[in-house]
Design a protein around this ligand. Structure first.
Ligand code: G3H
Ligand code: 13P
Ligand code: ZN
Length: 318
């Protein structure tokens, strides 16, 4: 059942975080749905601009519709990840999305407000909610690379004005993470003081954490042992920090890179061990199973595992 992102946020806020997982193909969708059913968790499927272009946006929508039929017990929202204005309008008008993200965080404050407000006005007319970003994460997004020197944490002093003027429904905040596999060197952690300060300024308002992959060392080692050349110093977010962040209002946690690492490890190991194989379905099957286990594990860390019956009861009351 597709629900609104707002419904999930209202139920989860302050208790646990909802996992927002990027998908690009049918195998990921199968693993995602299986993993969420297995762990009895609500979830958010997110689709990036790159994912919409990879095959065709209609292909992904059809895959999600099919998955909804195959797994009637699943409860989820569909979200556009890192949209520009044009893509937001396309998604808003498609009638398929529960929410969109307008990412104008690279623009100055006033311009960010102005762009976000235009998207909010269009989205709210159709009952769709909007995630906006304030502050700038480091790392690589589709067409923008922000190096660490230019990344900047969200300034809690700006959030009230930003939300009031833009009308956005949730706020992607830069709290020390970055996109991709190379987030941290050494022992860094989330900036809990920033999350706490934002929650104080905006009590009850959902905060979104981007760049939340944990980049497990074991995955990196296995990928490299099977011919990969990932930098072994790659580090991600400590998964044990998801839940404390959720208690401070982080309600949506975006995870993509860790799933790509699962894909890479499964396929590298498979073809290393079976070099004469050329049917892609056997490793595809392994991937679906491993991806489902990975999703179930993440949902456990986010605290969303086991919440499905409660969510079902609350959304069906409406
Ligand atoms: O934040 C970006 C997400 O990981 C999506 O990545 O734009 O390569 O699909 P993508
Ligand atoms: P990761 O690269 O840490 O998985 O972050 C994904 C993300 O923020 C998608 O919007
Ligand atoms: Zn992101």
């Amino acid at each position: 059942m597709i629900v609104t992102t707002d419904q999930l946020f209202k139920i989860a806020y302050g208790k646990y975080a909802v996992g927002a997982y990027n998908i690009n193909n049918a195998e990921q969708a199968m693993g995602l749905f299986r993993g969420c059913i297995q762990s009895k968790a609500p979830f958010i499927i997110q689709i990036s601009k790159g994912a919409r272009k990879y095959t065709d946006k209609r292909m992904l929508e059809a895959i999600i519709r099919a998955a909804e039929e195959i797994f009637p017990e699943a409860i989820f929202a569909v979200h556009l990840d890192h949209g520009d204005e044009e893509t937001c309008y396309d998604c808003i008008n498609s009638g398929f999305y529960s929410s969109v993200m307008i990412d104008a965080s690279h623009d100055p404050f006033d311009k960010n407000v102005e762009i976000t407000k235009r998207v909010v006005d269009a989205a709210h007319k159709k009952g769709i909610s909007v995630e906006a970003e304030l502050g700038m994460l480091g790392g690589v997004e589709e067409d923008i690379k922000v190096d660490e020197g230019h990344a900047c944490l969200t300034n809690p002093e700006e959030v009230v004005e930003f939300v009031r003027r833009s009308g956005c429904d949730s706020l992607a905040a830069a709290i020390g993470t970055s996109h991709g596999a190379y987030k941290f060197k050494g022992q860094q952690s989330l900036h809990f003081e920033v999350i706490e300060a934002i929650q104080k300024k905006l009590p009850g308002f959902p905060i979104v954490m981007h760049g939340s992959s944990s980049v497990p060392q074991e995955e990196v080692k296995r990928i490299n042992a099977a011919g990969g050349k990932l930098d072994p110093s790659a580090r991600g977010v400590n998964e044990d920090e998801y839940l404390p962040a959720a208690k401070l209002g982080v309600t949506k946690v975006n995870i993509d890179t860790d799933g790509r690492l699962v894909w890479t490890r499964v396929h590298r190991e498979f073809f290393r061990d079976k070099p004469s194989e050329f049917d892609f379905r056997p490793p595809g099957k392994v991937f679906i199973e491993e991806y489902a286990n990975f999703i179930a594990h993440k949902n456990g860390k986010l605290g969303s595992a086991g919440q499905l019956d409660d969510v079902r009861a609350k959304v069906s009351k409406k």
